[in-house]
Design a binder for this molecule. Structure first.
Ligand code: GDP
Ligand code: GDP
Length: 441
């Protein structure tokens, strides 16, 4: 599970500045993930090798008539509840305020570990931090979100409060037994898209092999099941709870859980509601899947409820709004009538195979040379990049590392051309593909 860090503090102390810095620090992989409500923002960050989810809780103004507890009740509350650690941001320039003290009291009651960040501290002497000891929130960490000072150390401190990453299951064990590895699947989609109906249809009672009951709301569910002779694990999905033998949609939809489930999976099934069309929220989840590098299958659900005119309209809409996912397969299904599920799971299995494809250096290099012969990279300021050879740098998603000279001059359009080329040559439908350049000295 990705650790979750919540940024809490009164308005104007610099939370969104800090949020931007933390999410931007992840190499080229910025995932702004606006939630269902406008007052929270989600993103993924990384310090060293360790990724985490960061949630900006927005500024919570105390509502005087009802008190701060009421004001924080819904959204910020859920964010704190879901967080492994809270970064409590205060402002070194304005100093300690009564509002800070009220927030501190609230945080104490939440029983979450808190790291105190004294922001806007660039150029200030450490005496400015002293008054914040009064909050009794531990050592104040002087930082400057705007300039980046102290941020790295503070995040390392915050992550030290998070549970250690689980040791990943060695998938090769299962391969050695002659079995295909278990495919870890996350089912994502907005509320009411039909996720629980789909899961119930896929699992069936008798196929359910193992089930971990979550002890608290922060634990995750994982269900192992078999479909058509293949082993799958369903990773905890946001907005779902098990009740008796079936999954039910719950009221509280959690973006954090969606992000964690995606990060823990190999393949994401994105469930769209064909009756409602493509919503902004669908595109956000799709964008996040793309950035996470997970393989993806789009399930266009409730196909049974559409007439032929509506069907062609929704197909057009998808082409238009989800064009950046043209590598992912789209399967029309009816979770309710259990139509299309075999196709769907075949696509999941194929996407998994593509995500874990083994690409040999000679084959990759041959494909690279052919790609360049067909269309060479454009000359930039008199320099033509030289692409020499390629090898595989990772799986899920497959990474193709290309070596050569002047590779910094390769334009994005050419990179996209190569992406499409390798995808076709190696049958990599269903998975994102990354191209990386390594300069030869
Ligand atoms: P939020 O309301 O807590 O999200 O605060 P913002 O991130 O919007 O920042 C509020 C103001 O503080 C903006 O004008 C920022 O430019 C400024 N600010 C944020 N971080 C720093 C910092 O490290 N140093 C200084 N001097 N100003 C900062
Ligand atoms: P979730 O919130 O994504 O888990 O969605 P649910 O599985 O609870 O489904 C929401 C509603 O859509 C329910 O009333 C389902 O009966 C209905 N629904 C789900 N799948 C289908 C489908 O394939 N066709 C039709 N017509 N309705 C469906």
């Amino acid at each position: 599970m990705l650790p979750v860090i919540a940024l809490v503090g009164r308005p104007n102390v610099g939370k969104s500045t800090l949020f931007n810095r933390l999410t931007r620090s992840r190499d080229a992989l910025v995932a702004d993930f606006p939630g269902l409500t406008r007052d929270r923002q989600y993103g993924e960050g990384r310090v060293g090798p360790r990724p985490y989810i960061v949630v900006d809780t927005g500024g919570f103004e105390p509502v005087k008539s009802q008190g701060i507890v009421k004001a924080m009740a819904s959204q910020a509350e859920l964010a704190i509840e879901e967080a492994d650690v809270v970064i409590f941001v205060v402002d070194a320039r304005t100093g300690l305020t009564p509002h800070d003290e009220r927030i501190a009291n609230h945080l104490r009651r939440s029983h979450r570990p808190v790291v105190l960040a004294v922001n806007k501290a660039e150029g200030l002497d450490s005496v400015h931090a002293a008054e914040f000891y009064e909050l009794a929130m531990g050592e104040p960490n002087m930082i400057s979100a705007a300039h980046g000072h102290g941020v790295h150390n503070m995040i390392e401190l915050a992550l030290s409060h998070c549970p250690d990453e689980e040791i990943p299951i060695v998938e090769d064990d299962e391969v050695q037994e002659g079995k295909a590895p278990r495919v870890k699947v996350a089912v994502a989609g907005r509320p009411n898209a039909g996720k629980s109906t789909l899961i119930n249809a896929l699992l069936g009672e008798e196929r359910l092999i193992a089930y971990d009951m979550p002890g608290t709301t922060r634990d995750s569910i994982r269900v192992d099941f078999e479909y058509d002779g293949r082993d799958y694990a369903l990773i905890d999905t946001a907005g779902l709870r098990r009740k008796g033998k079936v999954f039910e949609a719950i009221e509280k939809f959690s973006v954090v859980k969606t992000l964690q489930a995606i990060a823990d999976s190999n393949v994401v099934i994105l469930v769209l509601d064909a009756k409602e069309g493509i919503a902004e929220h669908d595109a956000h989840i799709a964008g996040y899947v793309l950035e996470s590098g997970r393989a993806l299958v789009v399930a266009v659900n409730k196909w049974d409820a559409l007439d032929s005119y509506e069907r062609s309209r929704i197909d057009e809409e998808m082409e238009h709004k989800l064009h950046f996912l043209n590598w992912a397969r789209q399967i029309h299904i009816s979770a309710l009538k259990r139509n299309g599920l075999n196709h769907l799971m075949k696509a999941v299995s194929d996407a998994h195979a593509a995500a874990f494809a083994k690409l040999s250096t000679p084959k990759l290099t041959r494909a690279l040379i052919e790609a360049v012969q067909r269309q060479s990279p454009p000359r930039v300021k008199g320099v033509r990049p030289k692409l020499r050879y390629a090898h595989q740098g990772g799986q899920n998603p497959p990474v193709v590392v290309i070596h050569g000279n002047s590779l910094q001059a390769v334009p994005d359009s050419y990179k996209r051309y190569l992406e499409g080329w390798f995808r076709d040559q190696f049958n990599l439908a269903g998975t994102p593909l990354r191209i990386e350049f390594k300069l030869n000295r």
